[in-house]
Design a protein around this ligand. Structure first.
Ligand code: MN
Length: 356
């Protein structure tokens, strides 16, 4: 019976970055959120007393890196009494290799860039391998050979990049070799995914943009005779999705009332989808501006049906200036989008004039 290995696998913290809030103040808060989530992961390692922590690239955002942040993170890792840390550099933090190499505490191993390295840990009967990003890595792929794999003992591979294809440091590994790994921990793509039964993309643990829906966090794993993994949701913030139905007769006031009933808070992050029909031109833009300028974080999406009954309008106004205008426009050979725009502007101007 092999000695049980326990680990936590995290990646893509992009420390230094924030969720793209509108205000500077909130962006500072978004930056702090990511450090807090990192700290929470370190505490989870402590609580579970894991043997290994795998950090699989893009832990930092190198263009936004500050040395004080680097020291802070390394201090947090130093505080782990039991846990050995394996730190692999990704395409967003490879420039920090020297800083990390010079300042890493004893329990943190930084994978060197540009060549494949294997660390053997006899007391656990395991080999942990990987290759950090460097300047040249954009043109490379990582080919695993049978000589890389230990027949005796367990193999763990860490990789920041893709598991196939031909861009972003793709991993090239024959299926029979794939099976020789107890665990393959990926970083790079921000959505957590099971790639194979022994290979996982962990995703970014704290939301970075509106695409980051669903659970976010890190992976806790155990290896003895087999592998067991558990996804640990951890993101401090999440995106709440809401919908609101509008009608073509809906006015500014009515839609505003609807918005208020949805219970937005200035602390939350929302994605609001308008469904139904297009109201009069300018109303939705006005409402978006109002909420955004009032300090709410809302992304507005439209899933609206036909703007209006164009056929009906044409029939009704056939013998008027509007009818002739529509005929002229429909004959023009211009881009559809432009044509649509001209039709809408024309109809609105005409109908508004009529109402007055
Ligand atoms: Mn990456």
């Amino acid at each position: 019976m092999e000695k049980k290995i326990t680990f936590i696998h995290g990646a893509d913290f992009h420390l230094g970055r924030s969720f793209p809030y509108d205000s500077l103040e909130k962006r500072e808060e978004g930056r702090k959120d990511r450090f807090q989530t990192f700290q929470n992961m370190v505490e989870d390692c402590q609580r579970r007393q894991v043997d290994f922590l795998f950090l699989v690239g893009d832990i930092f955002e190198q263009e936004l890196f500050q040395r004080k942040d680097g020291y802070r993170i390394l201090d947090a890792l130093r505080s782990l009494r039991k846990t050995m840390v394996f730190f692999l550099l990704g395409n967003h933090d490879y420039k920090l290799e020297n800083f990390l190499e010079e300042n890493a505490p004893e329990n943190v191993y930084i994978f060197p860039s540009g060549e494949f390295h294997t660390i053997e840990i006899p007391e656990y009967n395991v080999s942990i391998m990987g290759e950090s990003w460097g300047r040249e890595t954009f043109q490379k792929k990582l080919s695993i050979l049978s000589t890389d794999v230990r027949e005796k003992g367990r193999n763990i591979l860490l990789h920041h990049g893709m598991w196939g294809g031909d861009s972003y440091f793709p991993l090239d590994i024959p299926l029979d070799l794939h099976k020789k790994f107890s665990y393959i921990g990926f970083g790079h793509i921000h959505k957590p995914m099971e790639i194979l039964e022994n290979a996982y993309m962990v995703g970014t643990p704290e939301i970075l943009d509106y695409g980051d829906k669903g659970h976010r966090g890190w992976i806790y794993g155990e290896i003895d005779e087999s592998l067991r993994v558990e996804f640990i949701p951890a993101s401090g913030k999440r995106i709440e999705e809401k919908q609101w139905k509008i009608w073509k007769e809906s006015g500014f006031q009515e839609i505003q009332e609807g918005m208020k009933s949805l219970g937005f808070s200035k602390e939350g992050i929302y994605e609001l989808t308008w469904t139904g029909e297009y109201p009069e031109r300018g109303i939705l833009e006005g409402i978006q501006e109002h909420w955004t300028q009032s300090g709410y974080t809302i992304r507005f999406l439209e899933n609206l049906g036909w703007k209006r009954d164009y056929e009906g309008i044409y029939r009704q106004y056939k013998d008027t200036l509007l009818g002739r205008y529509l005929e002229e426009i429909s004959r023009l050979s211009i881009e559809d989008k432009m044509k649509q725009e001209m039709i809408d502007v024309g109809i609105e101007a005409f109908l508004k004039g009529e109402r007055r």
